[in-house]
Design a protein around this ligand. Structure first.
Ligand code: SF4
Length: 358
């Protein structure tokens, strides 16, 4: 729902201020299905709203779930026919994390990423970002669970759609709405320096994650074109400024690509890079979903990589990604949209608590 448009419509009709809060309650808290769920509105107002403002801007095209039930992935169609996707990851400690998209496609062309092959189509609007979370909130409603965390780590580079992403997170953080804590929301960037510096001054205290994936420019240049514009020295300068201003921890994502960035020398280079800011740094070592372009590093070597970092005083964990069996990596479903993925038994999945992701 376009909250800004609703606010304007209510003002135009001379409605009292509480009307906005009533609609927000029906949409974000009661998770209603359409305008009929705003029972506090009289029929004429409801009809005027229905006419002017779509309750949902996204349409669910298909939803697939992993056999373990820990991952639910939805492909959405936007009003203009563009396709985007979002993923719900269900942790056995009770957290329900949504990984949401910020753009249709992406201009950054990281060589390991399916979305990168699409190029950038357009930025997502505020309602299109918000509704990815609302969709999974509705999904969890029958079991009285809710979305606890959000990572802007789906399709797109969030800092290339900075204003809409921040506005969407503010809407989700709104106490009259979903009330999702700012500290439970993260923005993940491939390393857009101006975005990092802007976030450092943002009053909304969301977390920052950086897809680092290499400890030297030589290695990073091989698969992340962004490194030409913002090489590691510039990136780490911005990270340093961010840490100094916010005193908040930064998560560094590190996908291990077999034979590319998984040697001991790569761990040493990363440790050197983070040494200065190690107090506020944490490295997430991630298993790669195999593609035609790269192979994943074996489990023992991933664990060794974490140990090498820890030996050098860098805090690190090994994360097994969710939903490998349903192509849950960024952009895979939108790219493979026509490959006949099947909607499965969602009720069974809702009821299922699953293993930890670590
Ligand atoms: S990894 Fe992120 S920034 Fe890179 S191409 Fe994919 S969506 Fe874009």
């Amino acid at each position: 729902m376009d909250i800004k448009a609703l606010k304007a419509l209510l003002a135009e009709r001379g409605e009292p201020a509480y009307r906005l809060a009533q609609a927000k309650r029906a949409f974000f808290v009661e998770l209603g299905a359409d305008w009929d769920s705003v029972t506090t509105y009289g029929k004429p107002l409801r009809e005027a709203c229905r006419e002017a403002i779509p309750w949902n801007t996204l349409k669910e095209v298909k939803t697939i779930v992993s056999p373990q039930g820990d991952t639910v992935k939805t492909l959405f169609e936007c009003a203009d026919g563009q396709k985007i996707e979002a993923v719900l990851m269900r942790h056995d400690d009770g957290r329900n994390t949504v990984c949401a998209s910020s753009q249709v496609g992406c201009a950054m062309a990281c060589a390991f990423c399916a979305t990168g092959t699409m190029g950038l189509k357009r930025n997502l609007s505020i309602p299109e970002i918000v509704e990815q979370v609302i969709h999974f909130s509705r999904f969890l409603k029958p079991t009285k669970e809710y979305v606890t965390n959000l990572v802007m780590m789906g399709m797109g580079e969030p800092f290339h759609n900075y204003d809409n992403v921040i506005a969407a997170l503010k809407q989700l953080n709104d106490k009259d709405g979903l009330n999702l804590g700012a500290r439970h929301m993260s923005i993940s960037t491939c390393g857009i320096v101006p975005g990092i510096l802007k976030l450092a001054d943002e009053p909304l205290q969301v977390n920052l994650a950086i897809s680092i994936h290499a400890g030297t420019d030589e290695v990073r240049d091989k698969f992340m074109p962004v490194n030409k514009a913002y090489p590691l020295a510039k990136l780490m300068d911005a990270v340093h400024v961010y840490m100094k201003k916010t005193n908040r921890k930064v998560m560094f994502e590190y996908l291990l690509l077999k034979g590319i960035n998984d040697h001991k020398s790569d761990a040493n280079a990363l440790a050197r890079l983070l040494a200065h800011d190690h107090r506020l740094s944490h490295v997430n070592v991630i298993k790669y979903h195999p593609t035609e372009a790269f192979d994943p590093t074996a489990r023992e070597e991933r664990i060794a990589f974490v140990e090498w970092l820890e030996e050098r005083g860098i805090s690190a964990t090994h994360r097994v990604t969710f939903g490998e069996d349903i192509d849950a990596a960024c952009g895979q479903l939108a790219v493979q949209e026509e490959n006949g993925l099947v909607k499965q038994g969602l009720d069974a999945v809702r009821a299922k608590r699953v293993r930890s992701n670590v």
